[in-house]
Design a protein. Structure first.
Length: 477
């Protein structure tokens, strides 16, 4: 079954959805803050309205000459409240008079004097108490404010249902004007400037894309753009850095091909001459001698081609290999070079633990050590020694050292010793100059470091390979 492809959304869609979600979250925050401010005990908007209404009723009580005058004046207040309730009902928010505000006026002896027509005429709490309190009247929850007027002769209780408060608040916050106006007017006014800024900001990026698309494949020169915004400068810098690495890689590959062609030309010319000798040999002895020379020439060419392939494989990081015990790898490599060392009376030695439980790729490490040990034997002095030392830390980082007491390499030439096809000025043995280049390419597979110093007792050469542990730390030794 073919897996469905996923196309990431455009930046315009992302911004639109983000702003829409942000608008909803901001509105929800405003709704919550507004509810808290309106319902906050004593200092909230609704409680403040009750205190104002109570002070207005107190002035009516203070200015009335008799209870009859008080009832007449309070009747006018009831008419005003009824108008508020009718306006709320016309707005279709289900408002009632008690949802707006209702009240009772009592004498200090508990006699009811006047009040709203649609509220029970019962005290809502301790009769002498003043201030705010909650009460249950007729199965409805009320918020009540009580105060005394004309000394302590009359008690005024102003109240409002909590349901009415919430309905009043929602009629404002959840009404069409509160929801649709910000969505239809505010959201586009917010989105359009953002989209314009994004479009202008991405213009240099589109110009950069067009410039790169118009370039020929072999054009790896740095990208140069005028009036580049600071946010895109790191992108251009990274592109130029990548182009620089590509230029260096292509240069190295061209140099590699040129050097390989040059190095192969000599053994091929020798082989051609030796084939001619075989074809034109006058005697069986001369033919046998020519065939031996041809066989040796083919062997040298085969080794050179094998080294070129190994180097190319390592530099392409295409050879991961299987993990193996490093100590076993060292012993196997020493055993493979034992015969060559015996011919020059060179003593081989391994100094390290019997087991090195490090999951290191077998083939790359074996190739690196084999080239180092082979070079140490080939260029070492007869009767000398080659010591391979292994130091392992608890972090599983380790250092493998190959040291000899031969002629070594002058200090001023050690900086080039890992270049391809490089051969030292004091080199006496034959070779292609690829061995140490293969070592450098092999250890790069393990993010290892390589260090060169003087060899045994200050003579010869010692090459130290430091391989990091699983946590990326290197050995301190």
């Amino acid at each position: 079954m073919k897996k469905a492809s996923f196309s990431p959304p455009s930046m315009t869609k992302i911004l639109g959805v983000t702003l829409l979600v942000a608008s909803v979250l901001v509105w929800a925050a405003i709704y919550g803050i507004g509810m808290a401010l309106m319902h906050w005990p004593e200092s909230g908007g609704f409680d403040h309205q009750l205190t104002i209404f109570s002070r207005g009723l107190g002035k009516i009580v203070e200015s009335s000459r008799s209870p009859e005058d008080m009832r007449a004046s309070i009747a006018g207040a009831n008419l005003v409240l009824a108008e508020f309730a009718d306006d709320g009902a016309h707005a279709d928010n289900g408002a009632h008079t008690e949802d707006v505000a209702v009240f009772n006026v009592w004498r200090k002896d508990g006699t009811w004097i006047a009040g709203s027509p649609n509220v029970l005429r019962v005290p809502t709490g301790p009769f002498m108490a003043t201030g705010f309190h909650d009460a249950e009247i007729g199965g409805e929850s009320y918020r009540v404010y009580a105060a005394w007027a004309r000394g302590h002769d009359y008690r005024i209780e102003v109240m409002q249902t909590k349901r009415g408060r919430q309905a009043d608040f929602d009629s404002v916050m959840l009404g069409p004007a509160s929801l649709l106006t910000p969505l239809l007017a505010g959201f586009p006014l917010l989105l359009l400037p953002v989209l314009w800024v994004v479009k202008c900001g991405l213009k240099p990026l589109r110009q950069l894309s067009c410039e790169l698309a118009a370039r020929p494949p072999d054009d790896l020169e740095p990208v140069e753009m005028e009036e580049l915004v600071p946010e895109l400068q790191p992108v251009v810098d990274e592109i130029n850095s990548t182009l620089e690495r590509l230029r260096e890689l292509l240069r190295r590959e061209r140099d590699f091909l040129a050097d390989a062609a040059h190095e192969l030309r000599t053994p091929l010319a020798v082989i051609s001459a030796q084939v001619d000798d075989v074809l034109h040999a006058k005697t069986p002895e001369a033919r046998l001698e020519a065939e031996r020379g041809l066989q040796a020439g083919l062997g040298r060419a085969n080794r050179l081609v094998g080294q070129l392939l190994t180097l190319a494989r390592f530099e392409a990081k295409a050879d991961k290999g299987e993990p193996a015990d490093v100590a076993d790898v060292v012993r196997d490599v020493l055993a493979a070079h034992a015969l060559e060392a015996r011919e020059k009376s060179i003593q081989l030695a391994y100094r390290g633990p019997d087991q090195v439980p490090v999951g290191c790729a077998h083939h790359t490490l074996e190739t690196a050590l084999s080239n180092l040990i082979g070079n140490a034997i080939r260029y070492g002095r007869p009767g000398g020694q080659v010591i391979v030392r292994m130091d392992v830390e608890p972090s599983l980082a380790f250092v493998a050292s190959v040291c000899d007491d031969g002629p070594g390499i002058p200090r001023e030439e050690r900086g080039r010793m890992f270049d391809r096809f490089w051969r030292g000025s004091q080199s006496s043995a034959s070779g292609s100059g690829l061995g140490l280049a293969i070592v450098a390419a092999a250890i790069r597979q393990h993010n290892a470091r390589i260090h060169v110093e003087d060899g045994i007792d200050g003579r010869g050469l010692c090459v130290r390979i430091s391989v990091p542990g699983p946590d990326g730390t290197y050995a301190s030794s």
